[in-house]
Design a protein around this ligand. Structure first.
Ligand code: E4P
Length: 221
């Protein structure tokens, strides 16, 4: 399972990269705005900085909603660095744009996916990744993980190569459940990734080992 971090914050990206388990980064216009990044030049520069930190898979989202605009923007984004994956929203023009990018060998991440039908369309258009938003479905009392299960079943039925990128992951149980279902990738905040580390028996066990070691060392002449 690939781990992506869902942020545009450089310190958090560096921290996840230093942990040695990071496979990529997803951003979106809201996350860029949160970091105070605006204006085409600054946005492009920020993407380049992220690409220089991580090994691959930096999702950069188009802002245009018309076909021509998406193509122009996506081609520009893809030229920033080979690590860029063009993120395209699940709308009619987006599906056409994904088909175009796929024919040009430009990797895509189809975002804002909330139904199995949308995921099927993304796969048929040749998306590299499809991003069902688990947390946002949970927020409206709909089972986000059930959607991941449905998409896994459909993709396996037909051997679609589009990778399921479980997005809007909020906590460690989302990650574990997505891994059990067989999502190819998850993207979430640093806090969800580091929460996987934690278990009280690990902490108490380590404290005991160190105390026993110190005791033995103290009695040794
Ligand atoms: C996906 O790529 C989105 O950036 C993201 O996962 C949205 O998550 P949120 O619902 O926590 O904003």
């Amino acid at each position: 399972m690939k781990f992506f971090i869902d942020t545009a914050n450089l310190d958090q990206i560096r921290e996840a990269q230093n942990l040695g388990v990071l496979d990529g980064v997803t951003t979106n216009p809201s996350l860029m705005a949160k970091e105070g990044i605006s204006g085409e030049e600054n946005v492009m520069k920020h993407y380049k900085t992220i690409c220089d930190i991580v090994d691959d898979n930096v999702s950069a989202e188009v802002i245009s909603t018309d076909y021509e605009g998406m193509i122009a923007e996506g081609e520009k984004l893809a030229k920033i660095d080979p690590k860029i994956v063009v993120k395209v929203p699940m709308i009619k023009e987006g599906v056409r744009a994904i088909k175009y990018f796929s024919s040009k060998g430009i990797r895509t991440n189809c975002t804002l996916v909330f139904s199995a039908g949308q995921a099927l369309l993304a796969a048929k258009a040749g998306a590299t990744y499809v991003s069902p938003f688990v947390g946002r479905l949970d927020d409206i009392s709909t089972d986000g993980l059930a959607l991941i299960e449905d998409i896994r079943l459909i993709y396996d039925n037909y051997g679609y190569e589009t990778q399921i990128l479980a997005a809007s992951v909020r906590h460690p149980m989302h990650i574990i459940e997505c891994a059990k279902i067989g999502a190819d990738v998850m993207t979430g905040p640093l806090s969800a990734i580091t929460a996987l580390l934690k278990h009280p028996l690990t902490d108490s066990g380590l404290a005991q080992f160190l105390a026993d070691h110190a005791k033995a060392a103290g009695t040794q002449k």
